[in-house]
Structure formats: structure tokens, C-alpha cells
Design a protein around this ligand. Structure first.
Ligand SMILES: [Zn+2]
Length: 806
């Protein structure tokens, strides 16, 4: 489980010990979380024993989510954590840039126009100068073979960063702390899907068999990779490991050519460091003498290595290897140090009670000298001898200063200036995630060797089903305001109630909560006093909102004041089993969408797919929406609904779809309206999901402002109950739609035509047909993005679609 302090086994310690003797770095580079070749990364980290890292230019905000309803920033936070979990699994490091995954992009020209190329390069150059890769391996080729514009851009930028990192005139401000670095070579990890003809014998190609078996770890790198790849759960990338040979091809892109081996002519031994003969000899001795039954016997050797390292001139490898040795000394002693807060969050000015556990599980001589913190007030000199396997537990308190920053992903703190780039501080470039909110420093002495350890404050509890669980500790505002409905649909001069939930981040909260009323709107009451006794308590408040006479979309923000201070954030928690719990602070705002929308009918059935907010959107317009479980999907029940809407990718994700499909078709035939949102052609539970043939494709229109041409102006879907015009296609977000059919039976009416710049018209985004007395609709329009974003035209068109048979 995430965040539990990890005590490595003897075998893992042995791997780390062998790693002390290898001085090499390799950087894998691509665009998204899940682009990386986990086999190759795991092989590099555990077989070649080099420092391996993956640089993902983005955090994957633009993707889809198979585990929950988070999209955009929330999804980026999940996918960041999935990557970090994958790297913990394969034993490598993770970097990012500030580039934002703004959604599918068909070519690098568009991508590099939307990304702030110069800043993204800044971040890449900084990662290269920090990490000093000997070899950089891109996932994709620079010529477009990788498809997605982000993919191709990652390779184009890698070629540029390869030179810039070595150029002292590039980003000179980085050189105050770092040095220029010239990687030896840049290779591309050939995918056979874009380069079918290439073989191991092709010019400029070197090979690696990443299918080897590691007897120390008891698994092949393929099996290891399957575990790390399976962390990408939001992308449905659960993987099955394989065994046996697996050859990867790496093709030359830039730098020194290699004939046979990826690390050819790169010295990865201690010969890289002048005067390190003694260090090298001592490491050899430690490895040879290592006894898995008593790793603590290795501590004296490690202390000798540390002493020898200390005599070397300061430099990259000295610092890196000293840190590795320090970690190994602690690991060999079996020392367990844990600082657990009695709750999982606090706020500035609060006192936090902490339970500390310290135990030495070896015959080594360990003393806990002192604990303190640089961020909060705590400082105790302990001089506590830690006897072999005797548990030491004590309580202490932290006081959190008033100036303490709230915990939230560093790249979300400042508002992004554009859709293509997060706004971050330059010095954070490359960083995977925030440091833990509070770190306790511990000075320990192990066999008279002084070591300073970082212990993140955590929270843990026991779950009756899952057992011991850990989560990160957070600093949050003293009061947060969560809006219940992120989007509310109004007709002109309509009154609706709006609910917010006020949550106390501290005991004895007394605050005034106020709406910031937009011009022309009425919100009452103008303030509500809230008193909450205990931290964690919540209170729901209701305000009445009356819309004006004009059609508009506007934010209604809420604020809470304590004394003279104002707080205006809501707090979203992201909890999944495979990643550490995350907190995001968002503006306490509801989007008010005042539109002219008429609905017909009243009752809609929704069948779940991969997860989308269409049911909430329909309710928002005034429908009753029942989310049907399997047992309820039968003809008799379906007949009571005006329309049945399927969630995105329902035909892909619901294994029972083929069995209730007949009932759906009969329901349609007898006068219902069946609406299918997009599916992927790959991995369908059945290819027969429509009354007349439809062939799905990868056609998509990614430009959200692409012109929408109306092909059937008189069709009911564009006229009743709402007249759809070009205005309804304004203000769409991220894209028009995806996975459109590219062939269909002539019984369908293709209603809309659209295309990305320079492409042929795509006419499969909205297909409608009558079937018996009813209507069948297949649409790849991205309602799942437009509805939660409050796009008026998407609501109006959706209202028409579900009322086709009325
Ligand atoms: Zn990708």
C-alpha cells in the first residue's frame, strides 16, 4: 500500500549493493503517463543496474478515465500518481515537464503551438542537467510514426534538448546550481507498428533482450513490467506478464553511434571518478561479503565506503552514491522509524499530536539522537538507545506555523496561463510531486555513524476489510466550501436552490459564508453564519439563486471569512486503492448556465459505461434519470422510459451488454429512443450493437472550434424542442468528438459534418435512424466533456436527442 515505509528484503538490499558499483544513467522520454516501455525501464534499473528514469512531458490530463469520473486536472493528478507507483515498482525515477496534455493532437505543429515550447524545453534541459543521462531513449520517432502530435513532439523536443543541455548559453540561470551535460547518444525505441520492416540487422539498430530472468528478484523483467504497467489503472492497462526472450530494438537518432550495445563506449564504472580506487575496492568487498541472513554485518563495510567517498572531490557521483550508502546503512540495520499523526490533515496555527515508533531490528548499535523539523516547530533531543527488536513508542506534538502552505499539487497552485502549459516555478521543473507536507528530521547514530533521516508525517488506520492503510498527511485551509453542483442549468428568470457544504479544517470554527453575486443575478441570503465545533464537521447551506433575462454562462463564487481573512477554496479528495490519497483545492464556484432549453419527456434510463457526467447533466435540465443496474435492464422496465442513454464505451466495458442488447433493440422498435455514446472498435463485447450496420473508426475532430456543418437542417434532432443553430457549437471544450463511425447503413441520417484543419470532412459524429416506431442514435460527440463544462449548445442538442420519439 502506498506510503507505508518500505523495508526492503535481503534480496532487494543485495540489488542496491550491486548498484553501488554502476555509474550510469539512462532517461526514457515520451509524452504521456503510460507511453513508457516499462519492460525496458525495469530492465535498465534492475539488470543493467543503472539509474533509470522516465520523463513524461505531460501528466495525461487529456485522457479518459476508466476508474472514476475525474477528468482534466483531477485525472492528471491520478495519472501522475500512477506513474510514480509504476516507478516505485520497477525501481526507477519519474520526471515531468509543465506541458499540459490538452487532448488529442493530430500533428506536432499544433502541439508545439499550444505548448509553450520554450518553457517545456527549459524543463527538459533542466531534467537532463540534473539527472545526467548517458543515453536518452525516446518512445516515438520524430517523423510522425507515433501518431499523436504529442508523441512526435516529444521526440522533436528530445533532439533539441540533447544539444541545449550541453550549451552554456541555453538557460544559463540553471547553471548557477547545475552544470551543462552532454548525453552520449539519443536512440528511439522502435515500435514495430510504425516501422514494420526494421530488424536487429538494420543500419543503426542495437538490440536488448529485456525478457531475462532476475533470480534475485524472482521474476523476469517482463513480469516486473506487467506489475508496473498495471498501475495505469485509469487507462485500463492491467497487464499480464510473460516469460522468455523479448528483444527491443533501439535505433540511432543522434550523438555517438553504437554498433552492438546501447552503452557502448560509455564507462559505467568507478573509473569515471578520479581517485576512487579505494571506494571501488570497498564496494567489491561489501558485495562479496554480503550475507542475506544478516545484512547488518554489511554496515561496517558501508561505513568504510562512506568514509572513502567523503575523501573524494565533491561531485555528482559522490553525492549520489553517498546518499545510496546512507540509505543502505539504514536498510541493513532493519531500522523502522514512523511518525503518525492522529488525523490525516491539519491547518495552519494548529497543534498536531504525533505518535513516533522507532525500532532497531538488528544487532547493530543504534541511537535515536534527536528529532526536529524545518517546517514546523518541534525539536527534541532524545539520545534514545534503540535495543535489538525492542519497540520504542512515544508521543510528541508539532505546531504548524501560520505561514504554512496548503498541500496541493504544485502545478495546480497557480492558474495556468494557457491551455497548453501549467504555471509553475522554474525551480520545480521536472518534479514528480510535492514533498510530503511535513517532514520530521531524525538524527540517528548507527555503529557510531551519524545519519540524518527524513521521515514524512503520515496517517494510518486499520480497515476491517483491507487491513493496515496509510495515507499522506495534509495541511488544508481552516475552512473549505464545496459546491454540490459544479454546473447549474437555468432558464431565464428562473429560481433554483444551490447547496454548498462548509467543512471545518480546525476545531471551534466560526465563520461567515457569502456568495459573490454576479451582476444581474440574485442570490439570497447574502451571508450565513456557520459555527462548527469539531474539525472535520460539515454543514450544508442552501442559497436561492434567480437568473436574469439574458443568456449567459457565469461563475458564482463563495467565500468564508474568519476574522479578517477570506477563504475561497473547495477541497476535493481523490481516493483509490492503487495510489496514495490526494487532495486538490479548487475555487468554490458553481458555473451558472442561463440558457434557453426546452425539454420533452421526463424519465430517462442510463446504463453505465466507463463513467461520464451525462446523467447529472440530464437531471440538471429537469429529467428524472434512473441509473439502471443489470437486473433492471429488461424490456418491461425499459418501456417505462422516454429514452435510454448508454454511458461512454458501454459496449466495451459492460460484459453483459450482448445479453440485454436484444431488449434494448425491442424497446427501440416499440417506440423508445436509444442513445449510444462513443465506443472503441477494439475490445468490444459484440460488434452488433446497432439495428443497422455501423463501422467504428478512429476518426475524430480534435479542434474544439472546428466548423460544424449542418447536413440535415430539417431533421427533428435539430429542430425539436430546441432549434439548433451554429451558435450551439460555440464554446465547446477540448474536442468535437472521437471514434466516429466511418461507414454506416443508408438508413441512418448523418446530421453533422466537421473536420480538423487540412482533413476531409467527417460525417459520422451524429447518426440517427428510425427503427420500428422508435429512434436509434449513435454519437461520438464528446458530451462527456461538454456537459460537465456547462456548454449550453451541448445541453440543448442532448435535450433534442433524448426526445426524438416523443
Ligand atoms: Zn501517449
Amino acid at each position: 500500500m502506498a506510503q507505508k515505509p518500505h523495508q526492503p528484503s535481503s534480496a532487494e538490499i543485495y540489488q542496491s549493493l550491486k548498484k553501488l558499483n554502476v555509474l550510469g544513467n539512462v532517461l526514457y522520454l515520451a509524452a504521456h503517463p503510460d507511453d513508457e516501455n516499462t519492460r525496458l525501464i525495469g530492465y535498465m534499473a534492475q539488470h543493467e543496474l543503472v539509474n533509470a528514469a522516465y520523463l513524461s512531458l505531460t501528466r495525461g490530463d487529456g485522457g479518459q478515465n476508466l476508474v472514476g469520473s475525474e477528468l482534466r486536472e483531477g485525472l492528471g493528478v491520478i495519472r501522475t500518481q500512477e506513474l510514480l507507483a509504476a516507478r516505485r515498482t520497477d525501481g526507477s525515477k519519474q520526471f515531468f515537464t509543465r506541458a499540459n496534455d490538452f487532448g488529442y493532437s493530430k500533428n506536432p505543429e499544433e502541439t508545439l503551438k499550444i505548448w509553450d515550447k520554450e518553457r517545456v524545453l527549459h524543463d527538459m534541459v533542466m531534467v537532463i542537467r540534473q539527472f545526467r543521462p548517458d543515453v536518452i531513449i525516446t518512445r516515438f520517432p520524430p517523423d510522425g510514426g507515433g501518431g499523436h502530435g504529442h508523441h512526435t513532439s516529444s521526440a522533436i523536443l528530445a533532439l533539441e534538448a540533447f544539444d541545449l543541455a550541453a550549451d552554456k548559453n541555453a538557460y544559463p540561470e540553471q547553471l548557477e546550481e547545475l552544470q551543462v551535460w552532454q548525453p552520449k547518444r539519443l536512440l528511439v525505441n522502435i515500435g514495430r507498428w510504425w516501422n514494420k520492416g526494421i530488424t536487429a540487422d538494420s543500419e543503426g539498430v542495437v538490440t536488448i533482450d529485456v525478457g531475462q530472468y532476475n533470480s534475485v528478484l524472482g521474476q523476469s523483467y517482463n513480469e516486473l513490467a506487467a506489475r508496473s504497467r498495471s498501475q495505469h489503472k485509469s487507462q485500463g492497462f492491467g497487464s499480464t506478464g510473460s516469460r522468455g526472450e523479448q528483444v527491443e530494438l533501439l535505433e540511432y537518432l543522434k550523438g555517438d553511434k553504437a554498433e552492438d550495445h546501447v552503452f557502448e563506449n560509455i564507462d559505467m564504472t568507478w573509473r569515471r571518478v578520479k581517485g576512487s580506487d579505494e571506494v571501488q575496492a570497498l564496494i567489491k568487498k561489501a558485495i562479496t561479503g554480503y550475507n542475506p541472513n544478516s545484512p547488518e554485518k554489511c554496515i561496517q563495510d558501508l561505513i568504510a565506503i562512506k568514509t572513502a567517498l567523503n575523501k573524494l572531490k565533491d561531485g555528482f557521483w559522490k553525492a549520489k552514491k553517498t546518499a545510496e550508502v546512507d540509505r543502505l546503512i539504514v536498510q541493513c540495520s532493519g531500522l523502522y522509524l514512523e511518525a503518525v499523526a492522529i488525523d490525516y490533515y491539519t491547518s495552519p496555527n494548529e497543534i498536531v499530536s504525533l505518535n513516533v515508533e522507532a525500532i532497531n531490528r538488528s544487532a547493530s548499535n543504534v541511537t535515536l539522537k534527536r528529532i526536529w523539523s524545518e517546517s514546523v516547530v518541534i525539536d527534541s533531543t532524545l539520545n534514545l538507545p534503540l535495543l535489538n527488536n525492542k519497540r520504542n513508542r512515544f508521543k510528541t506534538t508539532l505546531s504548524v506555523p501560520e505561514t504554512m502552505a496548503y498541500s496541493q499539487p504544485y502545478w495546480l497552485v497557480n492558474k495556468a496561463k494557457s491551455e497548453g502549459t501549467y504555471s509553475i516555478n522554474d525551480q520545480d521543473a521536472g518534479k514528480g510531486e510535492n514533498e510530503p507536507a511535513i517532514i520530521i528530521k531524525a538524527e540517528v547514530s548507527i555503529n557510531n555513524q551519524k545519519l540524518i533521516l527524513d521521515i514524512p508525517v503520515i496517517y494510518k488506520w486499520n480497515d476491517p476489510v483491507k487491513g493496515e492503510l496509510y495515507r499522506p498527511f495534509y495541511v488544508i485551509p481552516p475552512v473549505s466550501i464545496n459546491v454540490v453542483d459544479p454546473v447549474l442549468i437555468f432558464r431565464k428568470n428562473q429560481a433554483r436552490e444551490i447547496n454548498v457544504v462548509v467543512k471545518a479544517g480546525q476545531d471551534g470554527l466560526s465563520t461567515m459564508v457569502r456568495p459573490v453575486t454576479p451582476k444581474g443575478w440574485q442570490v439570497t441570503p447574502q451571508e450565513i453564519k456557520v459555527d462548527l465545533e469539531r474539525k472535520g464537521e460539515e454543514k450544508q447551506l442552501t442559497f436561492k439563486v434567480v437568473s436574469p433575462n439574458v443568456q449567459e454562462t457565469i461563475n458564482l463564487n463563495f467565500e468564508a471569512s474568519i476574522d479578517s481573512k477570506t477563504y475561497s477554496k473547495g477541497l476535493t479528495e481523490i481516493n483509490y486503492d492503487h495510489i496514495p490519497s490526494q487532495i486538490i483545492l479548487t475555487d468554490a464556484a458553481t458555473k451558472l448556465v442561463n440558457i434557453d432549453v426546452t425539454i420533452a419527456g421526463s424519465k430517462i434510463a442510463y446504463i453505465h459505461g466507463a463513467g461520464d457526467a451525462v446523467p447529472q447533466g440530464l437531471r440538471n435540465m429537469g429529467y428524472q434519470v434512473d441509473e439502471l443496474e443489470n437486473g433492471a435492464i429488461n424490456l418491461e422496465n425499459l418501456k417505462t422510459y422516454d429514452a435510454v442513454v448508454l454511458g461512454i464505451r458501454a459496449v466495451n466495458t459492460d460484459k453483459r451488454f450482448p445479453f440485454y442488447k436484444e431488449d434494448l433493440m425491442k424497446y427501440t422498435e416499440q417506440g423508445g429512443t436509444l442513445v449510444m455514446q462513443y465506443n472503441k472498435s477494439y475490445g468490444m463485447t459484440t460488434k452488433e450493437f446497432s439495428p443497422y450496420p455501423i463501422t467504428l473508426s478512429h476518426d475524430r475532430v480534435t479542434a474544439e472550434g472546428a466548423q460544424m456543418r449542418i447536413l440535415t437542417p430539417d431533421h427533428a434532432v435539430l429542430n425539436t424542442p430546441n432549434k439548433i443553430t451554429n451558435n450551439d457549437f460555440e464554446g465547446w471544450v477540448q474536442e468535437r468528438g472521437l471514434y466516429f463511425p466511418n461507414e454506416w447503413d443508408e438508413k441512418y441520417a448523418a446530421v453533422l459534418s466537421s473536420n480538423d484543419p487540412g482533413e476531409d470532412p467527417k460525417e459520422g459524429s451524429l447518426l440517427v435512424t428510425t427503427y420500428g416506431k422508435g429512434h436509434y442514435v449513435y454519437t461520438g460527440l464528446s458530451f462527456f466533456r461538454e456537459i460537465p463544462a456547462g456548454v449550453p449548445g451541448a445541453y440543448r442538442l442532448l435535450a433534442n436527442i433524448v426526445s426524438l420519439s416523443l
